[in-house]
Ligand binder design. Structure first.
Ligand code: F6P
Length: 323
């Protein structure tokens, strides 16, 4: 069946890179003679028919903008079979041959549900958590990491001046990829991730003690939100060794900002590939990348995959924080 009209939506937590990806999808579609419609507010927009025609003009000058011009939302109604059926009916009414969904694993579960109602969906991984298991990289991760690194470098200046301990909480709902990567990049004294059992005395107190014995008088503890709250970690440090840590929760700052070059270029390649997959007749795929190469996997297979923090990164962190 020739693809003549596609829809594109962004869903779940927004991520820098979503706009460059929407741009690439629209430009590739138009280049291939395919109409492209934006669906606003994620799957809610698919249920309500909240669509707008996309062309070169309304995707102009968004390659460098964080967030998503299509808005995003988490949709309770779409979690129900009735909501999914309504969304599929809207697609058929609007004559949308396929949908490209940009988001994280929750978005992909929605796409798998939609495919059961006969709608072809291609998914693009985009979440700052980088916890989509079928790909090594999800859009937004590099921008969020660099935002967090910049914030923590600034924190280090004042912690050094006042010879203080800083406990910084980074995002990553249930994953420690952002915390691990940022922790290595800022030279953290300790990094706490949900994937690794925490022995507080060994993984935090002893590392602060060793740093102090080596002459350091300021300390940087990075904790993934899924591994605990920064305020609780700070209280435990205070109770244990009498320091008075300062707490910083970076929160949603990590979700904004102009996409880095890596996110812009990956978004452009993934958006292009999503349209090309559709035109080649592929159905219900997730775009994946590893070591700079791009591929695609079946949505359900991708959802069943598992991935974890590399033991290699854990070993490197141990060496960097062991002294
Ligand atoms: O999934 C991305 C993410 O930023 C998580 O890291 C974070 O826990 C969550 O979204 C926050 O969700 P919300 O924006 O709905 O508060």
């Amino acid at each position: 069946m020739a693809i003549k009209r596609i829809g594109v939506l962004t869903s779940g937590g927004d991520a820098p890179g979503m706009n460059p990806c929407v741009r690439a999808i629209v430009r590739t579609a138009l280049y291939r003679g395919v109409e492209c419609f934006g669906i606003r507010r994620g799957y809610n927009g698919l249920i309500s028919g909240d669509v707008l025609r996309l062309d070169e003009k309304n995707i102009g000058h968004i390659i460098n903008r964080g967030g998503t011009i299509l808005y995003t939302a988490r949709s309770d109604e779409f979690m129900t079979e009735k909501g999914q059926e309504k969304a599929a009916t809207t697609c058929k009414f609007l004559g949308l041959d396929s949908i490209i969904a940009i988001g994280g694993d929750g978005t992909f579960r929605g796409a798998a549900a939609l495919s059961r109602f006969g709608i072809n969906v291609i998914c693009v991984p985009a979440t700052i958590d980088n916890d989509v298991c079928c790909t090594n990289y999800s859009l937004g991760f590099d921008t969020a990491a660099n935002t967090a690194i910049d914030c923590i470098d600034r924190l280090r200046d004042t912690m050094q001046s006042h010879e203080r301990c800083s406990v910084v909480e980074v995002m990553g709902r249930n994953a420690g990829y952002l915390a691990m990567y940022v922790g290595l990049a800022v030279g953290a004294t300790a990094v706490l991730v949900p994937e690794k059992e925490i022995d507080f005395d060994k993984d935090v107190i002893e590392k602060i003690r060793q740093a102090r014995l080596n002459g350091f008088t300021h300390y940087m503890i990075v904790v993934a939100e899924g591994a605990g709250s920064a305020s609780n970690i700070a209280a435990k440090i205070r109770d244990s060794i009498g320091l008075d840590p300062r707490v910083t929760v970076l929160g949603h700052i990590q979700r904004g900002g102009s996409p880095t070059a890596r996110d812009r270029v990956n978004a452009t390649k993934m958006g292009y590939l999503a349209v090309e997959l559709l035109l080649s007749g592929k159905t219900n795929r997730v775009i994946s990348t590893a070591n700079g190469a791009f591929s695609d996997v079946d949505i359900q297979e991708g959802l069943n995959m598992k991935r974890n923090i590399q033991d290699f990164e854990v070993d490197v962190l141990a060496a960097m924080t062991g002294l």
